[in-house]
Write a protein that binds this ligand. Structure first.
Ligand SMILES: [Zn+2]
Length: 113
């Protein structure tokens, strides 16, 4: 369950960012190929956020599609399965551009009173 360690480092980051304030929303981007289960991540977040700057924060998850670029014909394509062949020229000489990432997009802090 590496979602737990991801959430821990995410909370650390939020804590640093928020200083003494509270976090309202954490928006994350998760690639389809990142190996992270969005609902596990969300569940872990809800468990571990207690008593941190994120205790009343919500997590918003944006799923990033897998895109590849073909080194033979130079075209880019979004693929919906783990089929990395170029849909244009059927070549296998492709490179993954997006879909492997997992990062915090932005953090929103609550209004200061
Ligand atoms: Zn191609």
């Amino acid at each position: 369950m590496h979602e737990y360690s991801i959430v821990q480092s995410m909370l650390d980051l939020c804590e640093k960012h928020a200083k003494d304030r509270k976090v309202d929303k954490v928006a994350v981007k998760i690639g389809r190929m990142s190996g992270i289960e969005p609902h596990f991540l969300k569940e872990s977040f809800d468990v571990f956020k207690e008593e941190t700057a994120c205790e009343s924060a919500t997590m918003e998850i944006d799923i990033i599609d897998i895109t590849i670029v073909c080194k033979d014909c130079g075209k880019e394509a979004v693929i919906d399965s783990f089929n990395f062949f170029c849909p244009h020229c059927k070549g296998g000489n492709t490179e993954v551009l997006t879909g492997q990432e997992m990062h915090i997009d932005y953090i929103e802090l609550k209004e200061e009173k």
